[in-house]
Design a protein around this ligand. Structure first.
Ligand code: ADP
Ligand code: MG
Length: 417
């Protein structure tokens, strides 16, 4: 009885430890996508199994073996066939090794679970929740195994109590872990709702800001129009220039905002090096005007990517403009564009030796309307990021204040190109 209790406690700890870590992780890390969640769940379940097999089986092997079915139950619950098959195989091999009963009996047992599960739940949708049936079936199997194969020589009354005890424990632990899992996922759902609410809050804040941004120049225009004295051609000329500037700024802001709200892409096969050369050519007057030296270091190879030509052009123009605008007052301003191929992805680096960013700006660089410039809109990086993400790519910033900034854009290379 003591060894059984010991085994139980040890195994439950082994079983719960990785799963608890998984639950804490998903509860606290926001924005975890489904694929990531699945990978972490698999790691947690395999760790549980490893701990039970490596350390738990030294005590009462039968209890350990039965608890090995709890991860299997979780795999069924998650409808993860890959996990189900692997864990079933592990259970079969270990049952055979520890109980020394012919392997085909266990193969049949686990095959029955698998077939029943697929037949009843996925095809016929006969019973909504597979857990109860699995627990009952497993309990039934345990009682047969314990009575017929393992403890046939022991006093039947003691045997019955032992079997009942083991079954109760199995059921209790199964439901306890399921309860933990459900609670964890509930917290995760709550996090998702909170995220959605936060997003809505941000949209409202953006709307407020855009209204504010547009209202300001219009108010300025109105002020100048009120002050305009048509008998004095000099002031008319001066004020008209200011009004034009203000209207121009508003139009740029609205253009940027419009492109931010309805980004749609149409991909085609594009040679990235050619695209970058074209952009540099078209921005050449701007580089010359600002006395910036540009280094376009592209390899001779052709890199074909599936891109929306105009949108990606917009991205590179935005980023290069930022690099130009980051120019320091002293020293020779330089911008480097480099391409690097990594497996099936391409990385483009845009590096400048400009003023760089402090940590606060670096953190907020892709935030809508965040700008440190007097006439900035704070939409360039945000829009670029959105376009890049629509191409299944990423954008990362590295910057050091006073030294310069490097933007890394990572994009998938067209397969078989
Ligand atoms: P805007 O250019 O209108 O300010 P962006 O979204 O393009 O808006 O950029 C946001 C902010 O990020 C800029 O105001 C600037 O402070 C910072 N930033 C972006 N790129 C660079 C860079 N290459 N060097 C220094 N600061 C940068
Ligand atoms: Mg910009």
């Amino acid at each position: 009885m003591l060894t059984m209790m010991q085994t139980l406690i040890v195994n439950v700890v082994y079983l719960l430890f990785p799963i608890t870590i998984y639950l804490i992780y998903i509860a606290y890390i926001r924005n975890m996508d489904l694929e990531e969640k699945k990978i972490f769940f698999n790691i947690a379940v395999f760790s549980s199994i490893y701990f039970i097999i490596r350390f738990g089986i030294n005590y009462d092997p039968i209890v350990s073996l039965i608890l090995l079915n709890v991860p299997l139950l979780l795999a069924y619950l998650k409808k993860n066939n890959f996990l189900v098959i692997i864990i079933s195989l592990i259970c079969i091999i270990y049952c055979h090794k520890v109980l020394k009963v012919q392997i085909f009996l266990f193969v049949i047992e686990y095959l029955i679970y698998f077939i029943l599960y697929h037949y009843l739940f996925t095809k016929k949708k006969f019973i909504k929740n597979p857990i109860h049936l699995f627990v009952i079936l497993k309990a039934f199997a345990i009682s047969i195994q314990l009575n017929v194969f393992i403890r046939a020589d022991v006093d039947p009354i003691r045997n019955i109590f032992y079997v009942l005890g083991v079954i109760c424990i199995f059921i209790f632990i199964s439901y306890l872990i399921l309860y933990f899992l459900w609670k964890g996922e509930e917290i995760m759902d709550l996090n998702a709702t909170l995220n959605a609410l936060e997003k809505e809050k941000r949209v409202r804040a953006s709307l407020f800001k855009i209204t504010h941004e547009i209202k300001n120049p219009i108010a300025v225009c109105k002020g100048y129009l009120d002050m305009m004295d048509y008998n004095e051609p000099e002031t008319v000329e001066r004020y008209t220039k200011i009004i034009k500037d203000e209207i121009g700024r508003t139009l740029i802001l609205m253009d940027d905002f419009l492109s931010c709200t309805k980004v749609k892409i149409e991909k085609e096969e594009v040679d990235l090096c050619l695209l970058l050369e074209e952009i540099c050519d078209s921005l050449n007057p701007l580089f010359r005007k600002n006395e910036i030296e540009i280094f376009l270091e592209v390899p001779d190879d052709e890199f074909y990517l599936m891109l929306d030509y105009y949108r990606m052009k917009q991205v590179f123009v935005n980023l290069l403009k930022n690099a130009i605008e980051a120019k320091k007052n002293r020293g020779k301003a330089k911008i480097w564009i480099t391409i690097c191929e990594k497996k099936d992805r391409i990385q483009v680096y845009i590096k400048d030796n400009g003023m760089g960013m402090d940590t606060k700006t670096l953190k907020r660089v892709d935030e809508m309307f965040y700008t440190t410039k007097e006439k900035g809109t704070g939409l360039g990086v945000c829009l670029s990021k959105e376009i890049i993400e629509l191409h299944e790519g990423t954008i990362k910033y590295h910057s050091s204040l006073g030294k310069g900034t490097t933007v890394t854009i990572d994009l998938p290379l067209l397969q078989n190109a």
